[in-house]
Design a protein around this ligand. Structure first.
Ligand SMILES: Nc1ncnc2c1ncn2[C@@H]1O[C@H](COP(=O)(O)OP(=O)(O)OP(=O)(O)O)[C@@H](O)[C@H]1O
Ligand SMILES: [Mg+2]
Length: 575
């Protein structure tokens, strides 16, 4: 109910149209009440009194009323659909904004399909709930109220009788229906019992035979079979009883009403025409009642979708600007990680009390076994996740005290797998800095050793990239990614296994581009192949979320520890 009111807030901006729409719906529904109404005059005045003029008026008015009804019908469909569609695109946009702001942790836990389903299925369910149900509810409601009003107007005594007798029949039907449903469940259960018994005794037929228990099994089966028969017969008995009973009750009710109505006509309390009109309205009541209860069902379903949508909208954005966060000023690139502990699942620490420092312009490398926590460090610096304890400082500022956007603006990331968008090569590189000119984009591509292959593409920089960049090789994609980073010109650079997916040949080209990119920036490099980090200013050997060794390549080799082990394993393999 709370969510329904929240949903109404999305309709609020279109309230003028809504009022007009409801007016159209009521007018169109009102036209439905006109036909039974003229039956009265038709019988009493035209047929009995033989009034020719009234016949002409009635005939013309039928055409007129249906013309008007058509107009209002158009108005209702157009306006209600307009409102429905507007609310859908509004909600969809709010959802999309929300997903753009959702923390990485959300996307770790939820599948893409789930997220898509919110934006498509659930949002569409709102539209159905709004458009179809609103029209139906108001139309049928208007017909219901209108018919009742007409009935009372025509003959209030007969109305009273009808309104007590008919619901009684309805109630009887409901009681029977419930009983029938219960028997249905019992029949299903008995059938399931038989199936499981069958399955059990056939799959254990070896045991049955070895104990000579065939007769015993047959007896067991007979019992179950009989139970099933009894349940089924009970169902049949009920259905065979139900139809005639309900029909009998209905006939009883109708006979009451017809008798009383006829009695009134005979005693000149109402006219014959009024009685026929009354009965027509009474018959017309059945439809709205049926439809309104059906609408109730679909609204329930749509509300489930609405609940899901608001649950998503209410989700907390764990990584967001703190109150009073200021933009990060232009940085030099001094990065300090102090006693950082972090866990993705609040059970196992991915990083435990980890500290390190990178001076501006330094190249800092992380090596270590898979799952050691290298990528985790790379995730924490741009605040994809927040540390559990400890802090990360850039140029002395705690990254939680600055705005997330200004922080990420100054960090460039070249991930292992480049994701390209389905637009041109030019636009894909420009993603690094949206206001870059074409010349700057080309300059960046040249610096990333990408210009040559791009010019060889069918339409050069205007070539459309297929979905996810699938028509480019891994090395080509990687160089586009580097060009993006060059264009962004960040002070801090994170390369997470940027070359690990490449063969030796393209690795060389990409590595050359990366070496150029790293000059003058604080770079964090994660690499499995040690050859790419020999000249790093500092190398951190990470294992189980802790720093095991630290130093330059030469220093680490001299330590004869984990690093030198890794080095010897790799170089005995590679050469
Ligand atoms: N999104 C995540 N959700 C939950 N746990 C995660 C997530 N990402 C990583 N982990 C866990 O955190 C630990 C560190 O993972 P991390 O990705 O930092 O390792 P890594 O050193 O980069 O390994 P690799 O060399 O294989 O890339 C691992 O135990 C991993 O299972
Ligand atoms: Mg990793």
């Amino acid at each position: 109910m709370k969510n329904y009111r929240r949903l109404l807030r999305y309709i609020y901006p279109y309230k003028k149209r809504l009022v007009l729409a409801i007016f159209c719906i009521i007018m169109a529904a009102g036209a439905n009440l006109y036909l039974p109404w003229i039956i009265k005059d038709m019988i009493d005045e035209v047929l009995i009194e033989k009034n020719m003029l009234l016949l002409n008026i009635i005939s013309v008015s039928i055409v007129g009323v249906f013309l008007l009804r058509g107009l209002f019908y158009y108005g209702q469909s157009y306006l209600v659909s307009y409102i429905g569609q507007r609310v859908v695109i509004d909600v969809r946009e709010v959802m999309f904004r929300k997903f753009q702001r959702m923390p990485m942790a959300y996307f770790d836990k939820h599948q893409t399909g789930e997220t898509m389903s919110y934006l498509t299925n659930d949002v569409n369910a709102i539209q159905t709930a709004l458009v179809d149900n609103l029209i139906e509810l108001v139309t049928e409601g208007a017909i219901l109220i209108g018919s009742l009003a007409m009935m009372v107007y025509l003959d209030w005594k007969l109305s009273l009788l009808t309104l007590t007798v008919i619901p009684m029949v309805g109630q009887a039907m409901k009681v029977f229906g419930r009983k029938l449903k219960r028997t249905g469940t019992v029949i299903q259960e008995r059938l399931a019992d038989i199936t499981s018994l069958l399955q059990e005794s056939i799959s254990s037929i070896r045991v049955v035979k070895s104990f000579v228990r065939e007769a015993y099994e047959i007896e067991r089966f007979q019992k179950q079979n009989m139970l099933n028969f009894r349940a089924a017969m009970k169902g049949v008995q009920l259905t065979s009883l139900l139809t005639p009973t309900v029909e009998f009750l209905a006939a009883l009710a109708v006979s009451f009403i017809v008798w009383f109505g006829g009695y009134e006509v005979i005693n000149d309390e109402i006219t014959a025409g009024a009685l026929v009109a009354f009965l027509t309205y009474a018959v017309n009541l059945a439809n709205p009642v049926k439809r309104i209860s059906r609408v109730y069902g679909t609204i329930q379903k749509a509300m489930a979708a609405v609940d899901r949508i608001f649950a998503v909208l209410d989700m907390e954005e764990s990584v967001k600007d703190h109150p009073g966060a200021k933009p990060l000023p232009e940085i030099k690139g001094h990065v300090q990680v102090e006693h950082v502990t972090f866990s993705y699942d609040h059970e196992h620490d991915a990083l435990a009390d980890l500290s390190l420092t990178a001076e501006p312009g330094q190249m800092v490398a992380f090596v270590g076994p898979s799952g050691a926590g290298k990528s985790t460090i790379a995730n924490l610096i741009p605040r994809f996740y927040d540390v559990d304890s400890g802090d990360i400082r850039i140029d002395g500022l705690d990254i939680r005290d600055v705005t997330v956007d200004s922080l990420r603006e100054q960090i460039g990331i070249v991930p292992q797998e480049t994701l390209l968008f389905s637009t041109t090569v030019m636009e894909n590189i420009r993603y690094g800095r949206l206001d870059a000119t074409d010349e700057e984009v080309i300059e960046a591509a040249k610096a990333a050793n990408a210009d040559a292959f791009i010019r060889d593409l069918p339409q050069g920089y205007d070539t459309q990239i297929g979905e996810r960049g699938l028509n480019l090789s891994g090395g080509q994609r990687q160089r586009m990614s580097i060009a993006r980073a060059i264009l962004k010109n960040p002070r801090i650079l994170i390369l997470d296994e940027a070359t690990s997916a490449l063969d030796t040949e393209s690795e060389k080209v990409v590595q050359a581009a990366l070496d150029k990119l790293m000059v003058g920036r604080t770079s964090f490099v994660i690499a499995h192949r040690l050859s790419t980090i020999f000249n790093a200013d500092q190398i951190y050997v990470i294992d189980h979320g802790r720093i095991k060794e630290h130093g330059t390549h030469e220093e680490l080799l001299a330590m004869n520890g984990l690093y030198s082990n890794l080095y010897h394993i790799q170089f005995s393999k590679e050469f």
